[in-house]
Structures are given as C-alpha cells and as structure tokens.
Design a protein around this ligand. Structure first.
Ligand code: PLP
Length: 224
C-alpha cells in the first residue's frame, strides 16, 4: 500500500471545522515522513517517546510545534523541556512537579494538559475525574510557576460502539466545562480539549475537541 501523506493531510484539513488543530502523530515514522507533511504546511506534530522527539527536534525545522502525547517518565522530561510546545499526557501531580522543576531549569513555563482516564482499558494512563477534581481543588498546583495547565486530554475506549465513544468524550468535555467554570473563569488560557485519533476524531469534534491527534490516517500504519 502506498501512503500519500500530503493528500491525507489535505483531506483531513478539508473536513475540519474552524478552531480545530490537527496534530500529525509521527511516532515510529522517519523524519522524511515529517518533511513531506511539513512541505504542505503542517506545523503541529506529536510524538510519544521523549528521546525520539528530541532527535526529530534536532533534525527538523525549528518552527515545528512539538506535542508530547505518550506516557512521560520523570527522568525523560529534560530531553524535551527546552522546546516542547505542549505536554498532553500529565497523569500525576508528581509529574507536574517534575515538569515544573525542569521548566525552572530552562527558564520556561511549560504548557500542560491533564490526561483523564475514561476508557475501559486498564492499560491507559490518566487521572479519574475525581482525582482530577481533587488535584485542582487543592491549589498546590498554583504554586508551580513554571507550568501552565491549558486543558484536558483523553483517549476513548478501543471499541466499535460509537455511542460509547461519544459518551466518553462528552463526559470529559463536561468535566472540562466544570473545571473551567470553577478554576479558570478569569483565565482564557484553559482552552484546550485534546481528543480524537484516526478512528474517532469525527466523534471527538462533535463533542467539542479542539485538538485532534492523527497518526495512521496520515502516515499509514506504524512499525515499532
Ligand atoms: C498513537 C497515538 C495517537 C494517534 O493514533 P492513530 O490511531 O494512529 O491516529 C493519538 N494519541 C495518542 C495518545 C497516541 O498514542
């Protein structure tokens, strides 16, 4: 199967409502694949391994906005702290503290999303809605001056049941609205709801996603 990266991107872009950002997930794909996407104007890219991301950052144009979307280990934050555009996958307060520490070292305020665990699979990471509420209620996070919480991220269950996927996305969007109202009323920068991948991004957009993360529909199947 031949994959036409440029055509795939144009096709997805044409279907996106205004205000939805397309993140091209280039994990496990070579830098040449990123270059093709870049050549048709794509600037937001996502990776799930800190070292791979650092390597691509060094090899590719500097105006690319790099998104970290995988499970992040504390000892890997340093690879991406100097330049990362947005970390989507903060799944503990401890990780947030570590990102803050690395942000301080490099003199940056690092934009972060809290990942919400909503899917049925145990394998997925993230806060439960109540853990997320407890974190934000405690106000400890407000003392962290080198991170900035910009919104929520989630992954739906891996299922063919579109109604279930819609219910999951809608429940995280409701949590997003609740949190915005309670903790960020006077702060326009809590404005990102990262939801939707190749198979479910249409459903996610219906639910109010602002950032979709598309890998295989752009680059074809990934080989780890
Ligand atoms: C791999 C990955 C994606 C992209 O998945 P596709 O199904 O290939 O579009 C999106 N989000 C996360 C968190 C991922 O790990």
């Amino acid at each position: 199967m031949r994959v036409n990266i440029a055509e795939n991107i144009e096709h997805i872009r044409a279907s996106l409502p205004q205000g939805v950002t397309l993140i091209a997930v280039s994990k496990y794909h070579p830098k040449e694949a990123v270059e093709i996407a870049y050549s048709v104007g794509q600037r937001d890219f996502g990776e799930s391994k800190a070292q791979d991301l650092k390597t691509k950052f060094q090899e590719l144009p500097s105006d690319i906005r790099w998104h970290f979307i995988g499970h992040l280990q504390s000892n890997k934050i340093k690879y991406i702290a100097p330049f990362i555009h947005l970390i989507h996958s903060v799944d503990s307060f401890k990780l947030l503290q570590e990102i803050n520490k690395q942000g301080e070292k490099v003199g940056r305020t690092i934009p972060c999303l809290l990942q919400i665990h909503i899917a049925q699979e145990e394998t997925k990471f993230g806060f439960s809605p109540n853990e997320c509420r407890a974190l934000l209620d405690s106000d400890e996070w407000r003392k962290l001056k080198n991170i900035e919480i910009r919104g929520l991220m989630c992954m739906a269950s891996n299922t063919d049941d579109n109604q279930q996927i819609a219910n999951e996305f809608n429940s995280v969007k409701a949590l997003f609205d609740e949190i915005k109202e309670k903790h960020f009323t006077s702060d326009d920068r809590f404005d990102i709801f990262s939801a939707g991948m190749s198979d479910d991004h249409k459903i996610a957009i219906e639910a109010g996603s602002t950032h979709i993360r598309i890998g295989s529909d752009i680059f074809g199947p990934a080989h780890k």
